[in-house]
Design a protein around this ligand. Structure first.
Ligand SMILES: Cc1cc2nc3c(=O)[nH]c(=O)nc-3n(C[C@H](O)[C@H](O)[C@H](O)COP(=O)(O)OP(=O)(O)OC[C@H]3O[C@@H](n4cnc5c(N)ncnc54)[C@H](O)[C@@H]3O)c2cc1C
Length: 452
């Protein structure tokens, strides 16, 4: 594999946040890269989203890559609080924490310009990748459908799948190639989400805030959000897990019902929906000649569907690891493995709580959750802790033990938090080479299957 001449060193499939940042890092390292997207160039970056993106992430991205955080017209607003509002009057968490809402299209266009400014990066827009090419047990290229409806084949040493939720390359990997990479994500591990961007006539009531709202008529596990993008502009919408009970529900109708209850006198600028993975990261995101990042690698937080930040940072890390592999002329699973370890040490730990909350909602109702919020069993400081020190054991455990009214529910919560802590521990013990994978994965699977 290593001695063959290829059209490109690396092909990056999809120019969303994960893909453009991967291409940027490859370009920075002088790696001969093809970036492909099915959208026309001017539409790249325009993705259905809640538009919330943590400042901590964009600062980390700048540190890693040199890419500046959103500024000017790319930045809608710096928000000052995160509010979780339940049904009962006391079921409110109001956390003074800064974040930002952005114009995804403008930010995405700048990232694309910066990535393609490198001489070694070329863009093919408006072309759909339809298949993967393999050579023995290595991924060795892609097949695209061009504007004239003709198929073209391109070869490379590494293909990075950053095609978002569709995971076009990952899903088409033949048997025997990249055996550790999961092909399908089951429905019950997907969030379906829909959003509107609206302009209100008067100043809206969610000023400078990211609000997560809960209602009786919301499919659970799910959430409704109202994210301020300015005094009279908001991104509003809902997302819920595609459990058996939720399949077939009409998300547009639910959205409209809640929207009309919350707002009057508004104009809709744009609407749309899409799906988001809601699970732990893929157990392995690499194989011989293959890597995946962003939604294609299941890197969105199952708690709230936030995947823009993980896409940016995983794209950067994938680009760095792929660049080193090209320089060393080794594109094997082994050479790319350190990327897996980074993903699990960061996102295995971060997503553990989300997976536990999903288990909790499989057993209990929204009303139980609302009760816990109202009784102060889940508090502001818990959210701050989850954000700042994800590895530490949660204080909820201690409080749950003191619960006197609903011992069964609180003991189950305790059990859930303990499973979550074990998932974090296992994530930190991700094996340093592929040899340790099977043993590690069977330990993880036991925790994934554990019931609360
Ligand atoms: C309604 C909604 C609200 C959300 N809100 C938030 C939020 O507030 N904050 C947050 O952090 N995240 C949010 N997310 C999630 C976030 O949008 C994604 O996690 C993020 O966009 C993932 O980035 P990505 O680069 O992996 O994929 P994408 O952004 O999906 O980019 C994939 C790219 O690949 C291209 N592509 C796909 N298939 C092919 C193909 N076959 N050939 C060529 N090109 C292809 C697409 O055109 C696209 O440009 C939300 C998602 C939804 C649906």
């Amino acid at each position: 594999m290593s001695n063959k001449k290829t059209d490109y060193d690396v092909i990056v499939v999809g120019a969303g946040p994960a893909g453009v940042v991967a291409a940027y890092m490859l370009g920075k390292n002088g790696i001969n890269t093809l970036l492909v997207d099915k959208k026309p160039k001017e539409k790249i970056g325009d993705k259905v989203c809640g538009d919330a993106l943590s400042q901590v992430i964009t600062s980390e991205l700048e540190r890693l890559t040199g890419i500046k955080p959103p500024y000017g017209e790319e930045l809608n607003e710096v928000t000052e609080r995160l509010v979780l509002k339940g049904k009962r009057k006391k079921a409110v968490l109001d956390i003074p924490i800064k974040s930002q809402t952005i114009d995804r299209h403008k930010y995405g266009q700048r990232l694309l310009r910066e990535a393609t400014a490198f001489k070694s990066v070329s863009l093919r827009d408006n072309v759909r990748v339809v298949d993967v090419v393999v050579d023995g047990d290595y991924v060795s290229g892609v097949v695209i459908l061009n504007k004239n409806g003709e198929k073209e084949k391109f070869s490379s040493k590494i293909v990075i799948d950053t095609s978002g939720f569709t995971g076009i390359i990952r899903r088409r990997l033949p048997n025997g190639v990249c055996p550790k990479v999961l092909r399908q994500i089951p429905k019950k591990e997907m969030i379906v989400a829909y959003r509107d961007i609206i302009i209100t006539k008067e100043k809206h009531r969610f000023q400078k805030g990211l609000y997560l709202l809960y209602f009786d008529d919301l499919p659970m596990p799910g959430y409704y959000w109202a994210f301020s993008k300015g005094e009279k502009m908001l991104n509003i919408g809902l997302g819920y897990l595609l459990t058996k009970e939720n399949v077939g529900k009409n998300i547009k109708e639910i959205n409209q019902k809640v929207r009309d209850r919350l707002f009057s006198n508004y104009e809709i600028i744009t609407s749309g929906g899409h799906q988001i993975p809601a699970r732990l990261p893929l157990p392995s995101l690499v194989g011989n000649g293959f890597m995946t990042a962003g939604d294609a690698g299941a890197l969105a937080n199952p708690i709230n569907g936030e995947g823009h930040g993980p896409a940016l940072l995983s794209g950067a890390h994938a680009g760095i690891v792929a660049s080193n592999a090209i320089k060393k002329a080794d594109y094997s699973e082994n050479a790319l493995w350190s990327y897996n370890k980074w993903v699990w040490n960061v996102y295995g730990v971060e997503f553990a709580l989300g997976v536990i909350l999903i288990k909790f909602f499989e057993k209990y109702s929204y009303d139980d959750f609302d009760w816990m919020l109202a009784k102060g069993i889940i508090r502001e400081e818990d959210v701050v802790q989850v954000l700042n020190e994800p590895l530490n054991k949660s204080q909820i455990l201690k409080r749950a033990l003191k619960g006197i009214y609903r011992p069964k529910l609180l003991l189950d919560l305790k059990k859930g938090m303990e499973i979550g802590d074990k998932i974090k521990e296992v994530s930190m013990k991700y094996p340093s080479s592929p040899e340790g994978f099977n043993k590690w994965y069977s330990e993880l699977q036991k925790l994934e299957k554990a019931k609360i």
